[in-house]
Design a protein around this ligand. Structure first.
Ligand code: ATP
Length: 588
């Protein structure tokens, strides 16, 4: 469903039920959550440039895509693919290989393997990994080039301008500024990236980008969610308000040998960005079988490559006779002391060291919980320790530990809910205490009941951090509920007390079941541990049929009376502050 329909539902079942008494339906049933039809979707990360090893920023792009992919799978939203890979051509790689005393293919094989390893270690569930040096990709690029030529979108022209090798693009004067080196010599750099530019003149193939200004504007007007979140959509519209000069799409082969030659012209090499962007088509079998998946594609990209994805790529596709992708989901950068973390700047954080220190799920949780698509986020080790200790170790792990302790639940079963202790009421504010539950308890179960719909809506809107914020809030509320009623003080041998004690544990385990189910796309291993402890079977972990506290509505709860799973120990271990020094030492 569209996020609007989800939000409408949420507005109806959220605030209104909070006021009028909870029906406690999560609202997530196959018909509403997965829409009228299951459909295919290709999610993709950018392909990462193989001029250096992966860093935390790359992992972040991949984790966003992975969480969306896993979320779709759990919703039963239809067949999905998650593609990623490495971008292996271009001057930067040619230069990096020369500097490392190796050949471009050798350098790329090594770096590509590192990316594959980092993504695999971080539990990114990619279904496709593409390398632009692969024959299947080169064939697709050549075919795509042919389609551009056939449609009259290319011409040969002499091109002169400021070229930025690290960014692999020509830049207009308006995007340059001057700097002075230590000898007092001035030189020009890109305003955006600070990389030096050089005056370059050469014969190139040009792409008639200027002809696509109107079609691009129309595409964006007709598809207001094509670029998301909104500030990035506005940024693209703003760019399209300016001049849109034709784009140089090849380089002289004498200067750039490491790339795909222009079909039928051995003096030219295809521009690395045209080559790279076509990866989204080559993974789905272009030019033969792409129709099964294209244009049902969502690209997850950093804001640094927004123009390539939201201006050049849709224009190239239109020129080749193909529709633009459905959505471009954009995120901001992780910075280190305010500066973008980047290979070229060398201020990178090693994801392998972070995973080793904070665990796979710990680091996944931190990046997705703290990364805000619209804003840059500064990375500190002590922030990781704080977030993970408070939210995963203490709040979530502590709650599971306390509510499953043998001292309060000696039979180690999912206890029974008692309607007499927690009766169904229409308006908790006007009802005198009928059972043992307080107005605060009713309010809290309403928030947990609306959580699945809220989380679905945030995933739909590419606001995963907000979904995690809501879950963290509900975990805190559940701890408050447990603490408020002090079940450890209730006497299990007293029949009335036992009913209430079991009800408190039942409600708490129901909350934990909902949290565990919703957290699967972000912390798959920890969520599995939690759900296994609660004896939730694999087929009971989907999002489309997630229920919460059915006994409150007089419906049967399949978990009641079930033996809990084995206690496999602490859910998430507390991290020590000193780990920061260890990780820094590892980096050195
Ligand atoms: N600091 C960062 N924060 C978030 N994402 C990043 C960051 N750096 C890179 N990425 C992600 O990786 C994509 C491609 O990055 P790329 O391979 O060009 O890495 P890079 O470190 O920016 O390289 P370079 O410094 O050589 O330009 C970006 O579009 C973005 O999706």
């Amino acid at each position: 469903p569209s996020s609007r329909s989800l939000m409408d539902k949420l507005n109806r079942t959220g605030p209104s039920t909070a006021r009028w008494g909870p029906p406690l339906a999560t609202g997530l049933h196959r018909s509403s959550a997965s829409g009228p039809g299951r459909r295919r979707l290709l999610l993709s990360t950018p392909i990462f440039y193989a001029n250096g090893p992966p860093h935390l920023g790359h992992l972040y792009s991949a984790l966003l895509a992975d969480a969306l992919h896993r979320h779709r799978g759990l919703r039963g939203a239809g067949p999905g693919r998650l593609s990623t890979g490495t971008d292996e051509h271009g001057l930067k790689i040619q230069q990096a290989a020369a500097a490392a005393g190796t050949s471009p293919p050798e350098l790329c094989a090594h770096i590509s393997a590192l990316f594959r390893q980092a993504l695999t270690q971080a539990a990114v569930s990619f279904t496709d990994f593409i390398r632009t040096s692969e024959p299947r990709h080169q064939r697709a690029v050549c075919h795509f080039w042919g389609a551009l030529q056939e449609h009259g979108a290319l011409y040969k022209g002499s091109y002169e301008g400021w070229y930025c090798t690290p960014d692999e693009c020509f830049l207009p004067e308006s995007q340059l500024t001057e700097r002075m080196d230590t000898q007092g010599r001035t030189y020009k750099v890109s305003l955006e990236t600070g990389h030096e530019v050089h005056w370059t003149k050469e014969e190139n193939y040009m792409f008639r980008l200027s002809a696509f200004r109107d079609p691009l504007q129309k595409w964006l007007r007709d598809n207001p969610r094509a670029v998301s979140p909104e500030p990035f959509y506005q940024r693209v519209l703003h760019w399209l308000g300016d001049d849109l000069p034709d784009l140089s799409v090849s380089r002289e082969r004498s200067r750039l040998q490491w790339g795909i030659p222009v079909p039928g012209d051995s003096t030219q090499t295809i521009y690395v960005w045209v080559d790279a962007l076509v990866n989204y088509l080559s993974v789905v079998g272009y030019p033969e079988t792409h129709g099964e998946w294209w244009p049902a594609a969502h690209h997850i990209v950093g804001k640094d490559i927004l123009k390539f994805h939201a201006v050049y790529w849709p224009a190239l596709l239109m020129a080749a006779g193909l529709p633009p992708p459905e959505q471009i989901l954009v995120h901001s950068h992780w910075t280190v002391r305010g500066q973008k973390m980047s290979k070229s700047l060398g201020n990178v954080i090693d994801p392998f060291a972070c995973i080793g220190q904070y665990t796979v799920d710990g680091f996944r949780y931190f990046l997705l919980r703290q990364g805000v698509p619209e804003r840059d986020c500064d990375y500190y080790d002590d922030k990781v320790v704080k977030v993970l200790n408070s939210e995963l170790a203490d709040a979530l792990g502590g709650l599971l530990n306390r509510s499953t302790a043998l001292s309060i639940n000696p039979s180690n079963t999912y206890p029974y809910f008692s309607e007499s202790c927690f009766p169904k009421i229409l308006d908790y504010r006007e009802t005198k205490a009928l059972g043992r539950a307080s107005a605060e308890d009713y309010e809290f179960v309403v928030s947990v009941a609306s959580l699945p719909l809220q989380v679905a809506s945030y995933f739909e809107d590419f606001q995963i951090y907000k979904a995690l914020e809501c879950i963290a809030l509900c975990v805190r509320q559940t701890n408050g509920f447990f603490q408020r009623h002090k079940p450890w003080k209730l006497n299990r041998n007293h029949p009335a007390e036992k009913l209430w004690l079991d009800t408190i544990i039942h409600v708490t385990l129901e909350c934990l079941r909902v949290f565990g189910t919703l957290l699967q796309p972000v912390i798959p291993c920890t969520a599995d541990k939690l759900l296994s402890r609660l004896a939730v079977e694999p087929e009971e972990r989907g999002l489309s049929n997630l229920t919460f506290l059915p006994r409150y509505n007089g419906k049967p709860c399949p978990f009641e009376g079930r033996q809990l799973g084995p206690d496999t120990g602490v859910l998430f271990h507390r991290l020590k502050k000193s780990s920061q020094h260890q990780i820094e030492n590892k980096r050195l």
